[in-house]
Write a protein that binds this ligand. Sequence first.
Ligand code: G3P
Ligand code: CA
Length: 265
Amino acid sequence: PAEAVALPSSPATENIAHRGASGHAPESTLPAFRLANRMGADWIELDVHQTRDGELAVIHDKSVNRTTNGQGAVKNLTLSQLKRLDAGSWFDATHPKQTVSYRGARIPTLEEVLLSQGKQGRFCIEIKEGLPVGVEKQVLDTLKRHGLLPRHQPERVMIQSFDPHVLKRIRQSHPRLTLVQLIHFREAGSLSRPGLQQIADYADAIGYHQRRMERDDIRRAHREGLRIHAYTVNRKKKMRQLMDWGVDAICTNFPDRLRDVKRER
Ligand code: G3P
Ligand code: CA
């Protein structure tokens, strides 16, 4: 049978700012999310964890150790304890050439991030593997309260996860929400056609590690009606290559670089 061809390269490749403009400002803080917006990101990507008192904090790691001056697991700290931590000084220390200081930046709540992006903000929310099931419900409730469930065109939310169970549950409860199945680095090469078809039953897109992505992966995903995103791409040369191949979205710490590459076209 004739093979379907890849979709043409599109300047419309979406620009997803990974943990905000995290190459320029401390990841997962309001300055990083606001900067992403100014740098032309179409979406901001973020991760959530639940605090001891049941609030949703926006932070990538399970613990505050790497990105703040505190110690401990988010789930063992209350929101007010988190709010006392400095989530910016580590970035100043690791970027000595920066002229701006981010000292005193705080860990935001999901609600604060949603509000920080104004009425046009678009959010790619990752739900990590192994979080209590209540977290995803709480994320959805928060989105609903903010009028962000997909009544909008263009849509303002997508949910991504490495855990298919999370996505399958959300597909059941919110069938119109855009869902992205993230594929682990080690699993990328082993995705068969039936494997992709299974994913297409509950998700709209797959997210591939950029180093594992081949031109053929894009073609094969499109053939099954799946969009395909690449994470996390920081070099312009790689961005150009993936766009030439027809990738649908690129997740990057440098949304300004992707904006510039898109402008070349
Ligand atoms: O977009 C995919 C990416 O966010 C997954 O990796 O570890 O940065 O959350 P991580
Ligand atoms: Ca993430």
